[in-house]
Design a protein around this ligand. Structure first.
Ligand SMILES: Nc1ncnc2c1ncn2[C@@H]1O[C@H](COP(=O)(O)OP(=O)(O)O)[C@@H](O)[C@H]1O
Ligand SMILES: [Mg+2]
Length: 205
């Protein structure tokens, strides 16, 4: 058993060439809440991975789900996290990959699939293909509020992690997003208004 990642919520390991994502117990949560969160997130992730694929977004194939055991088994995607790949890329490749990321985000939102943690650590670059992973915090919703929140998470990720290329990345991402989602402009406006609301509360809080 080869461990490939140890996240805040889960341990991921390889087993017979497949990836097993096992959500582990968190002692800071009450046992009942912990049990419930791990079960629902496992189930939700399996469902959303399948929906993403159906929306035309590359994602691992779900091979097995065991909500009681908090285990999700999926296909292995060879490649690198986009967050890591960015450092070695020239401007042209950055433009292309982030345009693609935006286009894929638009395809999700068009089908009412909200990722829930849309960051470059949850995108795997595999050759020319970009895969979206880690849907455990996602939901199905056609509301602009949900889409705008997804976009804001992405923008914050770029601002904090990829600030050297912030402008190029966001410009490319949103041009891709507009190309695949009819309500892109409204969702982007909503992102800005959610951010303003947040700032307002931050100042007051
Ligand atoms: N299907 C997969 N194929 C290859 N690597 C994966 C796969 N799923 C996850 N990983 C690796 O494991 C890491 C953590 O997985 P993720 O689902 O994002 O869990 P977490 O909730 O801990 O962030 C990812 O960043 C990626 O490097
Ligand atoms: Mg992750």
């Amino acid at each position: 058993m080869e461990v490939i990642a140890r996240g805040a919520e889960a341990v991921l390991y390889l087993s017979d060439g497949m990836v097993v994502k096992h959500r582990i117990r968190k002692s800071y949560r009450s046992p009942e809440l912990d049990e419930m969160l791990r079960t629902t997130r496992t189930r939700r992730e399996a469902r959303l991975l399948a929906l993403a694929k159906r929306a035309g977004v590359p994602a691992p194939v779900v091979l097995d789900v065991d909500p009681e055991e908090k285990k999700l088994c999926m296909s292995y995607i060879p490649g690198e996290k986009l967050s890591r790949a960015v450092g070695g890329m020239d401007e042209e490749s950055l433009r292309a990959v982030f345009r693609l990321a935006g286009e894929l985000a638009g395809r999700l939102h068009r089908r009412g699939v909200i990722h829930g943690d849309l960051t470059t650590s949850n995108m795997l670059l595999s050759g020319e293909k970009l895969y979206f992973i880690d849907f455990g915090l996602g939901e199905v919703s056609s509301s602009l509020e949900a889409a705008g929140t997804d976009l804001l998470v992405f923008r914050k990720c770029v601002r904090s992690t990829h600030f050297q290329h912030e402008e190029l990345i966001l410009e490319s991402f949103f041009s891709g997003y507009r190309s695949s989602f009819e309500q892109a402009e409204q969702a982007m406006e909503r992102m800005l208004s959610i951010e303003r609301r947040g700032r307002y509360f931050e100042h007051r809080g």
